[in-house]
Ligand binder design. Structure first.
Ligand code: NIG
Ligand code: FE
Length: 411
């Protein structure tokens, strides 16, 4: 049996607490242990406590002295588009000249341009680029990501992307939770109804049969998939045993938050334009909001989601990167913590909860990851600071000291 003892964390940010997503004032309770430590056996947390107590139990264990730094659970990034080819530097420059995301998309940039590059890429090249992205996530302290397909939009190309995720899961230490997002855009070669039929008749049954995804997502937005088409796709996915997530109310208040509630989706994501009615609907169905301030920032929009109202309403808020080449080219959860605090007015503690344990519950993994508690996987990061609030405060500075997955150092 291999054992590892981490000792002398200035703050061991455990997030220990009730076995459910955290809401209301509970989001600000991080259960920090000063001069904390933990004993890890065979990749799992055996005990957590003050350093001196842990040291006493650690005879024979390999010792990691955190040296007065901060120890946090690995970030759980519950919304990414990790697998794609190329970049969108031209879109980026056009936005700098004042064009909007929607204008650029109509003019041949946007999601479609990444679809063309992703279709043209070989499995090998796609995997190679995805491994580079995985490395970025790990270096920022993220140990689990949800990853969406959606840059293929044909049966073969969507499967190609999901299979790259399967290989990433096996070949890198980053844990990938796969989501099928065939409904990311309507492909140029068919109309919306034909494409919905293709998803229902071929893509979804195959993906469910081959167990290539745990969740199904839809971009429910004007010009992409309206509420009626989104409902058809998500209902079919649910019948095949997939759980649901929905991109909605990003560019307009499209009614998708209500659809998420009606279908009892696990999450509704973006929600920049969601109003009080949408928030009440999410609350009534226990849907977790996944907020993506990186995309608001990178698109240069002033409209951050109404997170204070969501927390007051008792929603179990999650924050995530939305890592993608168009609207949010960042893999950095510390950057998202900064935006959550400065732009959305979350407290550093609320943001930390939203980036760890609440993200874990939104991926159906709240019992395994997201906090440092006995029995959970030993996925954690050591950061070069003395107070967890420094992660959100010093922005643009890498503070990662080291990262561990299942008790093994990988960064
Ligand atoms: O979450 N909104 C839809 N999908 C992504 C953007 C994808 C892209 O622009 O390539 C998002 O923002
Ligand atoms: Fe997204």
């Amino acid at each position: 049996m291999s054992s590892l003892a981490v000792i002398h964390a200035a703050q061991l940010v455990t997030l220990a607490g009730p076995k459910r997503p955290r809401v209301g004032a509970g989001m600000a309770d991080l259960a920090i242990i000063r001069d904390g430590g933990m004993l890890i056996r065979d990749g799992k947390i055996d005990s957590v406590g003050p350093s001196d107590e842990i040291e006493k139990k650690s005879r024979g264990a390999e010792i990691v002295d955190a040296g007065g730094r901060v120890v946090l659970p690995g970030f759980v990034d519950a919304h990414t588009h990790l697998v794609f080819a190329g970049n969108r530097l031209d879109d980026f420059e056009r936005r700098a000249h004042g064009e909007s995301y929607q204008q650029i998309s109509k003019a041949g940039g946007g999601i479609w341009s990444t679809v063309e590059k992703t279709r043209a890429a070989s499995d090998h090249d796609l995997l190679l680029q995805a491994k580079k992205h995985a490395e970025w996530f790990l270096r920022c302290g993220t140990t689990t990501v949800e990853a969406k397909s959606g840059y293929g939009l044909t049966v073969e190309d969507e499967l190609k992307i999901l299979r790259v995720m399967e290989r990433l899961n096996k070949e890198t230490p980053l844990e990938i939770v796969p989501t099928f997002l065939g409904a990311h855009a309507v492909p140029r070669e068919m109309d919306a109804d034909e494409y919905v039929e293709l998803m229902l008749a071929q893509m979804l049954p195959r993906i469910a049969r081959e167990k290539l995804a745990e969740f199904c997502d839809v971009f429910c937005e004007r010009g992409y998939f309206d509420v009626e088409r989104s409902r058809r796709i998500l209902t079919a996915a649910r019948e095949l045993g997939l759980r649901l997530r929905i991109h909605t109310d990003q560019l307009s208040n499209s009614g998708g938050a209500k659809l998420a509630a009606e279908l009892e989706a696990t999450t509704a994501d973006h929600l920049e334009k969601t109003d009080g009615h949408g928030i009440a609907a999410l609350k009534s169905a226990g849907v977790q909001p996944v907020l993506l301030p990186g995309s608001v920032y990178a698109l240069g929009s002033p409209d951050y989601p109404r997170v204070r109202e969501m927390i007051e309403a008792g929603l179990a808020v999650v924050i995530a990167t939305d890592f993608n080449p168009g609207s949010s080219p960042t893999p950095s959860m510390p950057m998202i913590l900064s935006l959550a605090c400065t732009q959305m007015k979350m407290s550093p503690a609320e943001a930390t909860t939203a980036a760890t344990i609440n993200g874990a519950y939104s991926l159906n993994r709240g019992e395994k990851i997201g906090s440092l508690e006995r029995g959970k996987l030993a996925n954690f990061s050591i950061f070069d600071c003395e107070d967890y609030r420094e992660l959100a405060y010093w922005f643009g500075v890498p503070q990662t000291h080291s990262v561990y997955v299942r008790g093994k150092r990988i960064v």
